[in-house]
Design a protein around this ligand. Structure first.
Ligand SMILES: *Cc1c(COP(=O)(O)O)cnc(C)c1O
Length: 385
């Protein structure tokens, strides 16, 4: 088969399954409105849950950071790219979340790849929730350690998998709030199951951090669980970009030696680290509480509205509210209908979600107003008739 044939076949397979992905160049995509071309949509597909991407203090911190440090870090953190801005944000994150250390990464994707590649060897085993994010499952399938997947949030299945003999170490992997379903993992039970087998637990709290728990400390804090490895990201609730791994001093020292994504990659711009610090300050403040409270009220309003309609929602009390419609064509059609009525929402299809569970992934954010939610409900009801 030629190169051309190989590529065409793959594209055609996607196309005929209504699974071809496309991008839209938007003027602005994080906020109440999404602007593209000369049109404006209510934006129900942004992960900027707390509306911080346009926060004046955070923008100012980024600008000041750029003035002081320049726009780029100039190197890997192991050479010259680790600045006092990086150091401060790591210390503040560790203090906030109650861990000895935090290590910054350029993205959540990189953090997950790095930690799994650095820690897992052939004799070890990764036991991951089936619905874990692509960055985790991909890292696990690239790893020489075998991957076993447990039924979503099923601790008994997890326990059975952990009970199978393993010559090395076991790592349990899950998310705090699931990215495509919006539901939460039973972290306390999962941690007990892991501890019983001396397995370590990695929780990726990309969608919980900043958004839930006291001072926005996320899913683990809320459930009083302290995993050995906690991954948090800054592209969602924080409104910026980047990620960190929270861990013990020993693990941090180990990752600094063996995490290739840290060693062989330019560190995050220091100005971005300053923006993350500013975002953290807002998240921890009373303003952060007010933003979380407003978001919670909007979520409750939306769920009450859907309860009175013919749609069914999953068990999500987070900002992620999926309307599961089943087949790809229906999901695409519903997304199109919403768009034609001024609401921007994305159809999420396999392989991002399991086959037969294509959905409209709606995200609510603090930037919405009550009338936006009512408008969305009205459009959904019309579309359902
Ligand atoms: C978004 C996301 C990531 C990736 O984080 P980025 O910083 O966007 O690379 C990782 N894990 C989960 C669960 C996510 O939702």
């Amino acid at each position: 088969m030629s190169w051309q044939q190989k590529i065409d076949d793959a594209l055609n397979a996607r196309r005929s399954a209504d699974a071809l992905r496309r991008r839209y160049a938007v003027e602005q995509g994080a906020g109440r409105w999404l602007m593209t071309g000369d049109r404006r949509f209510l934006n129900f597909s942004s992960n900027d849950y707390l509306g911080l991407s346009h926060h004046p203090q955070i923008i100012h911190a980024w600008q000041q950071g750029a003035e002081r440090f320049g726009v780029g870090s100039g190197g890997s953190g192991h050479v010259s790219g680790y600045t006092v801005a990086h150091q401060h944000v790591e210390e503040e994150l560790a203090d906030w979340l109650g861990y000895p250390r935090a290590l910054l990464f350029i993205s959540g994707f990189a953090a997950n790849q790095a930690v799994i590649a650095a820690l897992m060897a052939k004799d070890d085993r990764i036991v991951a929730d089936r619905l874990s994010h692509a960055s985790l499952l991909e890292a696990a399938s690239l790893s020489p350690a075998p991957l076993r997947r447990f039924t979503h949030n099923d601790t008994r299945h997890l326990t059975r998998l952990l009970d199978a003999p393993c010559p090395g170490q076991q790592l349990v992997v899950t998310e705090g709030v699931f990215s495509m379903d919006g539901d939460s993992a039973p972290l306390a039970e999962i941690q007990r199951a892991a501890a019983r087998r001396n397995a370590w637990l990695l929780v990726d709290d990309a969608h919980g951090i900043g958004v839930c728990g006291e001072e926005g400390r996320g899913s683990c804090w809320r459930q009083q669980v302290r995993p050995e490895l906690l991954v948090v990201t800054f592209g969602k609730g924080f409104g910026v970009s980047g990620a960190a791994i929270l861990c013990s001093a020993r693990v941090a020292d180990y990752l600094l030696q063996f995490a290739r994504h840290l060693i062989y990659s330019t560190s995050m711009p220091p100005a971005q680290a300053q923006a993350i610090r500013a975002s953290l300050a807002v998240i921890r403040s009373e303003e952060g509480d007010a933003r979380r409270a407003k978001l919670a009220a909007l979520i409750a309003r939306f769920r009450r509205g859907v309860d009175r309609s013919r749609y069914r929602l999953g068990e999500s009390h987070s900002a992620i509210q999926p309307l599961i419609v089943g087949d790809n064509a229906r999901a695409l059609h519903l997304a199109e209908t919403l768009r034609s009525r001024g609401c921007w929402a994305t159809a999420i299809r396999p392989p991002t979600v399991p086959a037969g569970t294509a959905r409209i992934r709606l995200t609510l954010t603090q930037s919405h107003e009550r009338e936006d939610i009512d408008r969305l409900l009205e459009v959904l009801n019309d579309a359902g008739e």
